[in-house]
Design a protein around this ligand. Structure first.
Ligand SMILES: Cc1ncc(COP(=O)(O)O)c(C=O)c1O
Length: 355
């Protein structure tokens, strides 16, 4: 197949069944590998759809400037899209952004604007958004896609990702996916419930994230969680919440690489850990975990023992065998909750983020 440009290679990502890392031999746990998208993550889908809808409505025209806050993957997607379509791209990043992501973006000609002061709670997310607002005020011609509230973000998944899943499963008991903007889980949940009316949708958040109303505390995983609740998160389309700790996700990443030959990003590790926990309670039911990106993004960081130790996670606190990992998945550190908790607390966080 010959494509007209690299963006046309987006989507149709593979779904791979776990063979060894299973609580019971009859379990059916699959992982959708979004790291095979052209810039290496699920964000290519949302980014391209948001850009194309903005073009269709005349909000972006050839030569426009895009300004965006990103912890990594959206920036890579926009840098690639900017190169193919001819947009100037300015990415507001922070010191947690992996060097590999920064180098990837600049290779495509994107410009970086580094926020160096964290918010009061130790996160950089609110600081990045404020910086985007400043840059937009300084450049009236520039545009932001606002992935946190833009309905074209979840729509990309309802229109394109969900049909890929629906065609591969006769029956699907549970969809397990991580949340940052809420884009992929909200979009998938809305569309897949039509195909699988009894589908259970389990959201996965980072312990430390405030998305579901818990107090914010810094954590290591990238791409997952926020210090406020995004507009694109549809809690009414979520049945349960599993808050996964850094050690649980990082251990899962390492065991998956050695046992299954799957090199996933940290949030993919969190999603698979939550899928294992779901499967232990629902043996034999088909479960799909979404792995948003590839571990190639983190080879010199969370896959590197020395880097991990320097960042407060000595490798001996992780579990290294399927046996140990599955034992922990049966009794996770933070047991899944039936409902996303404390909606009033969530509202308070939103107000805090806006203040
Ligand atoms: C690595 C990673 N994991 C999880 C997510 C969460 O995806 P969403 O923003 O669709 O909630 C993202 C989003 O950028 C990501 O890059």
């Amino acid at each position: 197949m010959i494509y007209e440009n690299v963006l046309e290679t987006l989507g149709d990502t593979p779904i791979v069944r776990l063979r060894k890392l299973l609580p019971e031999p009859q379990d059916r746990i699959c992982v959708k590998l979004e790291g095979t998208n052209p810039s290496g993550s699920i964000k290519d889908r949302a980014a391209l759809h948001m850009v194309e809808e903005a073009e269709r409505h005349g909000r972006l025209t050839p030569g426009s400037t895009l300004v965006e806050s990103t912890s990594g993957n959206l920036g890579k997607s926009l840098a690639l899209i900017g190169a193919v379509k001819g947009y100037r791209v300015i990415l507001v990043v922070d010191p947690k952004t992996p060097q590999s992501v920064l180098s990837y973006a600049t290779s495509f000609g994107a410009e970086l604007d580094m926020v160096d002061r964290p918010d009061g709670n130790g996160s950089y997310q609110v600081a990045r958004i404020r910086r985007v607002e400043e840059l937009l005020a300084q450049n009236p011609e520039a545009r932001s896609l606002d992935q946190y509230n833009n309905p074209d973000n979840p729509q990309a998944h309802a229109l394109h990702t969900a049909p890929e899943i629906a065609k591969d499963f006769d029956d699907l008991a549970a969809l397990v996916g991580t949340v940052s903007t809420g884009g992929h889980l909200s979009g998938l949940s809305s569309a897949l419930r039509e195909h699988f009316p009894s589908l259970h949708v389990r959201a996965v958040d980072a312990v430390g994230s405030a998305t579901f109303g818990h107090p914010f505390a810094p954590y290591m995983m990238r791409g997952i969680g926020l210090s406020w609740r995004p507009g694109n998160l549809r809690t009414d389309l979520i049945d349960s919440l599993h808050r996964v700790a850094d050690t649980e996700a990082l251990s899962t990443c390492r065991v998956l690489a050695r046992e299954e030959g799957l090199l996933l990003g940290e949030s993919g590790g969190a999603a698979v850990f939550a899928a294992l926990a779901y499967a232990t309670a629902h043996p034999g039911r088909p479960v799909l975990a979404i792995a948003p990106d590839t571990g190639a993004n983190y080879l010199y960081e969370s896959y590197d023992d020395a880097w991990l130790a320097e960042h407060g996670v000595p490798v001996d606190v992780l579990w290294h065998t399927s046996h140990d990992l599955l034992r922990h998945a049966r009794t996770p550190l933070y047991p899944p909750a039936a409902q996303p908790s404390d909606p009033q607390g969530t509202e308070r966080m939103i107000e805090g983020a806006r203040a």
